[in-house]
Write a protein that binds this ligand. Sequence first.
Ligand SMILES: CCCCCCCCCCC/C=C/C(=O)SCCNC(=O)CCNC(=O)[C@H](O)C(C)(C)COP(=O)(O)OP(=O)(O)OC[C@H]1O[C@@H](n2cnc3c(N)ncnc32)[C@H](O)[C@@H]1OP(=O)(O)O
Ligand SMILES: NC(=O)C1=CN([C@@H]2O[C@H](COP(=O)(O)OP(=O)(O)OC[C@H]3O[C@@H](n4cnc5c(N)ncnc54)[C@H](OP(=O)(O)O)[C@@H]3O)[C@@H](O)[C@H]2O)C=CC1
Length: 273
Amino acid sequence: MNGSGFAGRTYVVTGGGSGIGRAIALALGAADARVVVAGRTPQKLEETVALIDQEAGHAGRALAVPTDVRDPAAVDALVTAATDRFGRLDGLVNNAAGNFVAPGIDISPNGWRAVVDIVLNGSYYCTRAVARQLREQGTGGSVLSVIATYAWHGHPGTVHSAAAKAGVLAMTRTLAVELAPLGIRLNCVAPGPTETAGAGAALWATDEARAEVLATVPAARFADPAEIADASLFLLGDRASYLTGECLTVDGGQWLGKQVYGRGATPAARGRG
Ligand SMILES: CCCCCCCCCCC/C=C/C(=O)SCCNC(=O)CCNC(=O)[C@H](O)C(C)(C)COP(=O)(O)OP(=O)(O)OC[C@H]1O[C@@H](n2cnc3c(N)ncnc32)[C@H](O)[C@@H]1OP(=O)(O)O
Ligand SMILES: NC(=O)C1=CN([C@@H]2O[C@H](COP(=O)(O)OP(=O)(O)OC[C@H]3O[C@@H](n4cnc5c(N)ncnc54)[C@H](OP(=O)(O)O)[C@@H]3O)[C@@H](O)[C@H]2O)C=CC1
């Protein structure tokens, strides 16, 4: 990835201790960026830092800052820790999330709050704190939020997450316009079903549920987190320099494949996925 423009730049990745967030953090590290990973579990963050150091062949390219993104003061402290360590910031990946499947009519206020606080409020607090730092630096930068296609088509069992992700998309489009004069770009990536332990536990915990999800994907497979990371680095980096307020879907055709006719023609639907 030499010449990609990431060398020496610094990115905060929330939820960087696992799954897609870890894959994005590793890809940034491999592109010679400096990476600050944030999440609630210190051990998972330290594992990501160790993997980045291992790939780099030396320590010091990454920093773990245990942070609950629901706490705006903790998020401000995260940005301070990142700039104290690396001198400046260049971008943010809003990746942290929580999810569970339940009928909307049965979700408790606390269950609703748990998901919306992490996904929507957390993304706003992080975006606000990083954008303020970029404004102070006068450098511009890039914010990427990881959402899901049900932000626009909805999905039974996920009303809290779908509503929160839709909010993140609206935030992205709104702030893309407000912050363009400062040279700050904001975009989203919307992965389809992606092989991570977190999503597996939250969304397809049984073989039956997993097979049902797979049958909805025309590409007849789950995504590898590295494929989401590839698209994410494109959106974060200079090759997307005129791209803002957009969402790139990386879902193996899942959400377009909802037509009545033709769905049975996919390998997964024929039981070969
Ligand atoms: C049918 C779906 C298939 C869709 C396929 C489409 C394609 C893929 C698209 C996927 C898009 C998005 C994916 C993801 O987001 S994957 C990320 C998954 N990762 C995680 O969820 C990890 C983090 N998770 C958590 O931290 C927790 O799950 C939680 C979100 C609940 C937050 O944890 P916290 O410790 O803060 O909260 P509590 O455990 O105390 O719970 C708070 C309240 O929430 C209620 N709750 C929790 N789980 C459930 C459940 N399964 N059903 C109902 N209610 C639940 C809990 O009871 C608490 O409320 P009360 O105090 O009122 O009891
Ligand atoms: N996997 C999939 O199929 C899809 C995933 N996505 C999205 O991709 C992103 C990553 O998901 P995935 O990698 O699958 O799942 P993970 O469960 O691995 O990732 C979620 C991350 O968020 C962190 N997190 C949760 N709550 C908080 C909090 N309050 N503060 C800080 N960090 C928090 C978790 O760490 P910790 O618990 O240590 O805090 C964890 O590292 C999410 O935004 C998800 O919605 C979208 C579409 C499909």
